[in-house]
Design a protein around this ligand. Structure first.
Ligand code: PLP
Length: 384
């Protein structure tokens, strides 16, 4: 390959029908939210993954903010979540006055260490927010068990987790996002299935279904009005404008129609990386998929022993025009959190911040590029 090759970290994939469906939405004369494309997308998820009620949102961030309103977070309530996550996981609850209690990551996986949760539960704890990192399930038996024992709510941050599953001790295989009381998904352009910006709240606990729709519709009972259940619509609760336009939903529908095609190529890419790297790496970890989890090929990452090793690999990839990137800055070390809550030490989370590297991952990534990336990495690390 030429020296000036430019391989991005991510490239949004268009499946083909996006513009056609957007045109259909425009020609149909209905481009605000809640129309037929929105309904089709929501039904798709309800049917395919056994989610409760699904509501499309403008982002996963918005879905998390809806969740925080829905579970009635009050100032001082405590919410337990991993530190190694995107800022929205925490911010959504902070906006309602919650105090965030961060859990360390697992030693063998960037997801939260489920065994550390129980000791953090207090009389103020309201919710646990597991993040299924890279679409790999947290141990939901442990988390749902604690929720039941201490009367807590579970909101899955399923931003990475479309089409991924968890098998509990009862042997039942459940889709991620169908297990917690609520779950938030993302269709941001960096995720497997995209709509530019976009997200969805899955409401699995029937207690929250009616109110979710009201919060989604700016605190009004407009949805019930359109179904003819009330004769005029009113301001009945707090809420905001959480629903995306039909243009976004039309784009998303084109993607969902091709979900299997997207997933099968992404899995091929993941396994190509794994096979080409696994023989060579010494002491550098490849992604772990525990027995209870499936792999939805959301990302491919490496965990180095030291930050210096990661820097070397980033540099040698960069010299070939390939962009590999690290991931989250641990939230417990963020200026915003430290100023308020002081210093906490979470060793595994800090290790992933310093030593995890994500490789280019997108539908159109070519086999020869995967080979080039893998060979470059193997060459760089063979002496470290
Ligand atoms: C991407 C992401 C989000 C936010 O998704 P948006 O749709 O961009 O708001 C939240 N949590 C995690 C873990 C994410 O990776």
């Amino acid at each position: 390959m030429k020296k000036n090759t430019k391989i991005p970290f991510n490239k949004p994939y268009l499946t083909g029908n996006e513009l056609k469906y957007i045109s259909q939405a425009i020609e149909g004369g209905k481009i605000s939210g809640g129309g037929s494309f929105t309904k089709k997308c929501q039904k798709f998820f309800q049917n395919r993954y056994d989610f409760g009620k699904c509501l499309l949102t403008t982002s996963c961030t918005d879905a998390l903010e809806m969740a925080a309103i829905l579970i009635n977070i009050q100032p001082g309530d405590e919410v337990i979540m991993p530190s190694y996550t995107f800022v929205s996981t925490a911010n959504a609850f902070v906006l309602r006055g919650a105090k965030i209690i961060f859990v360390d990551s697992r030693e063998d996986h960037p997801g939260m260490d489920e065994t550390l949760i129980e000791m953090l539960i207090t009389s103020r704890t309201k919710a646990i927010v597991p993040v299924h990192y890279a679409g790999v399930a947290c141990d939901m038996d442990i988390i749902m068990g604690l929720a039941q024992q201490y009367n807590l709510l579970v909101i899955e941050d399923a931003a990475h987790s479309i089409d991924s599953f968890y098998t509990g001790k009862d042997g039942v295989k459940k889709a991620l996002g169908s297990i917690g009381h609520l779950a938030a998904f993302s269709f941001h352009e960096t995720k497997n299935v995209i709509s530019g910006e976009g997200g969805m709240l899955a409401i699995n606990d029937a207690r929250f279904m009616e109110r979710a729709e009201i919060i989604w519709e700016k605190g009004t009972n407009r949805s019930a009005f359109f179904r003819g259940e009330v004769d005029k619509y009113n301001w009945v609760d707090i809420g905001s404008s959480f629903l995306p336009s039909e243009l976004t939903a039309a784009f998303l529908w084109a993607q969902l129609e091709n979900l299997e095609k997207i997933q099968s190529r992404r899995l091929q890419i993941w396994h190509s990386y794994y096979d080409m790297l696994k023989l060579q790496v010494k002491n550098i970890r490849l992604p772990l998929i525990p027995d209870f989890a499936t792999n939805n090929a959301h990302m491919f990452y490496l965990v180095f022993n030291e930050p210096g090793q990661r820097d070397l690999v980033i540099e040698s990839l960069k010299s070939k025009g390939i962009l590999a990137v690290f991931h989250y800055q641990s939230l417990h070390e963020s200026p915003f959190y430290k100023d308020k809550s002081g210093t906490v030490k979470l060793n595994n989370s800090e290790k992933y911040t310093d030593c995890l590297l994500r490789l280019p991952f997108f539908y159109e990534l070519e086999n020869k590029t995967i080979k080039l990336i893998s060979e470059t990495i193997n060459e760089t690390i063979k002496d470290i």
